[in-house]
Design a binder for this molecule. Structure first.
Ligand SMILES: [Fe+2]
Ligand SMILES: [Fe+2]
Length: 177
């Protein structure tokens, strides 16, 4: 099994086989990164590994520090996994670099992963937040999450790919106000 497939299996096992958010993140990242490498694909598929390992309780969606901690812990977790699985140091460092800023952005490639994550979020996760997560978290928190996920997208060009779903799920969310 190649390294990427090992990561896919690790992420799938960790998340109980919920693949769509990660597959769509890889898809969009491939659109934004010319000559996408294995390291880029690994970063896109495994970007939320922290959430899979540590669970989804008490997600502080309105706090920037929460997102930074989630990203940095995820970089560490995947770095250790890659090391155990014999990845070379360049790949390990690249993946860690990309995941460590996937929520807040940084350089062009970190921004592109953040954008791919947001676009994928509105395709694959937003519905669940409107219909299920709202029961625990309430309207304000979900609204905050939606606005954060859309507004952080680093260019108007990339926002185009998320806008329709952002508007659709934001409208749906108003029913729960
Ligand atoms: Fe994340
Ligand atoms: Fe994500």
């Amino acid at each position: 099994m190649n390294l990427y497939n090992k990561v896919v299996k690790y992420v799938d096992d960790t998340f109980g086989g919920k693949k769509s958010h990660f597959e769509r993140a890889v898809y969009w990242y491939g659109k934004f990164i010319p000559n996408i490498t294995e390291a880029h694909k690994i970063a896109a598929y495994a970007h939320d590994i922290e959430r899979g390992i540590n669970g989804e309780k008490d997600r502080d969606y309105l706090n920037r520090e929460f997102y930074i901690a989630h990203s940095e812990k995820g970089a560490k977790i995947i770095g250790e996994f890659l090391e155990k699985n014999g990845a070379d140091i360049e790949t390990i460092n690249k993946v860690k670099h990309l995941i460590s800023k996937h929520e807040v952005g940084g350089d062009t490639e970190q921004n592109a992963l953040m954008d791919a994550d947001s676009i994928s979020y509105f395709e694959t996760n937003a519905e669940y937040f409107v219909k299920n997560r709202i029961k625990e978290d309430g309207y304000e928190k979900i609204k905050g999450k939606f606005d954060w996920m859309f507004n952080r997208i680093s260019s108007d060009e990339h926002k185009k790919f998320a806008r329709e779903n952002y508007e659709k799920w934001s409208k749906e969310l108003e029913k729960y106000k």
